[in-house]
Design a protein around this ligand. Structure first.
Ligand code: T4K
Length: 377
């Protein structure tokens, strides 16, 4: 029997290699490899136009962008955040000497539950760092209200939210700053990359200095900055990627729709849905494996792996269960029951441009197998 081709949770969007060569030739001619070169400038403008945002600061990756966003707003003390995310969210706080305070998530969106934020605010709280998990917008209006009442900053970890719109505008326009990732696994990638979206030119200038060691000019350093710059090769690749992004998003939309139709009749499998007035980006296809399903989440995860379907349990374990966080009072599992439940039920199914219809059908068949077996026998 021929060996099956493994199917991963995602596969990066890659343009034709031939189409990238002219960009490389330009770099070779210019000899500008980094430090806010021409492709860097062009990509910033192109992304502002595509995303519908005012200012964008490109970074070498999303984690450096998160760390720098916290520095830019001079955040310290305690920051309220979600345990249901990728570790980089809370790690960016620890790297800044900030204490993360975990608050449980909403059962429908799996994003930070605004109803539980106020109880976690202390005199040391300076900011909230929510995550638009899977690109699903947070309850931005409620979060803004709380932040205004308590004079807190809001930095959205919008790593998953490329192109997502909420109430007619980019979701990246909410909060004081938003941070996005262009990692290989994201819907728009620059191999590695990320950005901070900010509302005004003054903040952009501060961030641009912070990501370049704090330099203002050859002899002036105004802050203890870092090297967070995106290189010309990554920026050039981003410009080329933008040309194919709408087609790629359309393919994701179709795969998302196919999963939903085919999984609709499978008892115990719940698909997360976008909120009203939101335009999703179909970055992930998370399902929750509930008690009505005959197998546990991990049994289903194992059954998929047996067929070389490498789905992922984003986000299991919870950030709050990792060793550097689990002794914090806010990390106690009893305080985070919704996040704990979601983390024990979630599987992100493969979704990426080029994922064939018959593979989607085969994945659904594995998920539906416990029922078909019962009917047949
Ligand atoms: N905040 C949030 C909420 C995030 O989700 C992330 C990153 C960040 C912040 C930080 O942003 P960055 O600093 O990363 O820009 C992946 C990514 O490494 C990570 O970027 C992402 N979130 C996270 C959710 O997923 P892993 O450990 O699952 O990646 P990995 O290497 O296992 O890749 C998953 C699958 O993708 C592989 O099985 C195959 C496929 N793949 C992956 C890579 C890297 C490819 O086909 N080609 C590739 O080059 O973390």
């Amino acid at each position: 029997m021929p060996k099956k081709t493994p199917v991963y949770v995602t596969q990066p969007l890659l343009p034709d290699l031939q189409d990238f060569l002219p960009y490389l030739e330009t770099i070779w001619e210019n000899k500008v490899l980094t430090n806010a070169g021409p492709f860097h400038q062009q990509l910033e403008q192109a992304l502002c136009d595509y995303l519908g945002v005012k200012h964008i600061c490109l970074f070498a990756n999303g984690t450096l962008a998160l760390m720098t966003a916290l520095q830019a707003l001079r955040i310290s003390g305690e920051v309220i955040t979600t345990p249901y995310s990728f570790v980089a969210t809370a790690h960016s706080l620890l790297w800044n000497g900030i204490k993360p305070v975990f608050v449980d998530v909403d059962p429908v969106t799996l994003n930070l539950d605004p109803g539980k934020i106020e109880a976690a605010i202390t005199p040391h709280t300076t900011a909230i760092m929510p995550v638009h998990c899977y690109g699903q917008p947070c309850d931005v209006a409620s979060i803004e209200k709380i932040a205004d009442n308590y004079n807190l900053k809001v930095i959205y970890d919008a790593a998953h939210a490329f192109g997502v719109r909420h109430q007619g505008t980019s979701v990246l326009n909410y909060g004081d700053l938003s941070v996005i990732s262009f990692h290989a696994t994201k819907i728009f990638n620059t191999f590695e990359g990320g950005a901070i979206i900010c509302p005004d030119a003054k903040t952009k200038l501060r961030i641009d200095r912070l990501k370049n060691f704090g330099f203002v000019d050859e002899v002036t350093v105004v802050a203890a900055g870092i090297n967070g710059k995106m290189s010309e090769i990554n920026a050039a690749f981003g410009l080329l990627q933008l040309k194919g992004i709408d087609a790629a998003r359309e393919q994701r939309r179709a795969i998302d729709a196919a999963y939903r139709v085919q999984l609709a009749g499978v008892p115990g499998i719940h698909c997360l849905t976008a909120g009203e007035g939101d335009a999703a980006n179909h970055a992930y296809f998370p399902i929750l494996v509930g008690p009505a399903y005959p197998l546990s989440r991990d049994q289903l995860f194992g059954a998929l792996r047996e067929q070389e379907i490498y789905a992922r349990r984003y986000f299991y374990p919870l950030i709050s269960d990792f060793p550097m966080y689990r002794d914090m009072p806010s990390a106690a599992p009893a305080r985070l029951p919704i996040a704990q439940r979601a983390s024990s039920q979630v599987i992100c199914l493969p979704i990426y441009p080029g994922l064939a219809d018959d593979i989607v059908a085969a994945i659904v068949a594995i998920i539906a197998a416990p029922f078909t077996t019962t009917i047949d026998s």
